[in-house]
Write a protein that binds this ligand. Structure first.
Ligand SMILES: N[C@@H](CCC(=O)N[C@@H](CS)C(=O)NCC(=O)O)C(=O)O
Length: 191
């Protein structure tokens, strides 16, 4: 049994997309960051860090977007969310580490810093589509951060051609459309 704790539009969106990609049944539980539900003792007993996402696997807690995406890709290989070869898998982990450690904290410095960091990400992605050549969990993680960046920084598409092309490809995926519909129905509380 899989249970996802999520907050609409937050980092948990990546795990939510990946779950829809797998087609596996799961229960979704909303955590309101605005109402500080992530700080309630019941939630802290599951995730002492007080953050989303959290995935319960038969009651066992798994945190961190990258760890959850890796788990889902390996548990549901038929979803084709991870390359088969060891170098490809290492590249997926490399991209997810970059997204978590460089893209995610960029806005904490300033929006201008985020603009600069996403320019680098645009160059790193390059033209032609998916981060690893074929669709993977790396694209899901990258998309969620760029989707959020588009929302708060309103960047000029001319400045980020590769990331906007990637965004358009992601928005065409049924799993992404379903996640956005599900999360929008709950309601965004994004800062
Ligand atoms: N490194 C974590 C970051 C997760 C994270 O920062 N989640 C934010 C929402 S985007 C959160 O839950 N914040 C609540 C809080 O800090 O109180 C991951 O990749 O999963």
């Amino acid at each position: 049994m899989l249970t996802l704790y999520f907050s609409p539009g937050a980092s948990s969106m990546a795990a939510h997309i990946a779950l829809h990609e797998t087609g596996a049944p799961f229960e979704a539980r909303v955590i309101s960051l605005k109402n500080k539900q992530q700080r309630e003792s019941a939630y802290l007993s599951l995730n002492p860090e007080g953050k989303v996402p959290l995935l319960l696997i038969d009651g066992r807690a798994l945190t961190e977007v990258a760890g959850i995406l890796f788990y889902l890709a390996k548990r549901f290989p038929e979803a084709r969310l991870m390359p088969d070869d060891i170098e490809g898998q290492a590249r997926a982990v490399s991209w997810m580490s970059y997204v978590a450690s460089t893209l995610h904290p960029a806005r904490r410095v300033s929006v201008d810093n985020a603009r600069r960091v996403f320019l680098e990400a645009d160059r790193k992605l390059g033209p032609g589509g998916w981060a690893l050549g074929a669709y993977s969990v790396a694209d899901i993680h990258l998309f969620r951060l760029f989707w959020r960046f588009v929302g708060y920084a309103e960047p000029d598409p001319k400045d980020y051609p590769n990331l906007f092309a990637h965004h358009a490809m992601m928005m065409g995926r049924p799993a992404v459309q379903r996640t956005i519909a599900d999360e929008a129905a709950v309601g965004y509380e994004l800062p």
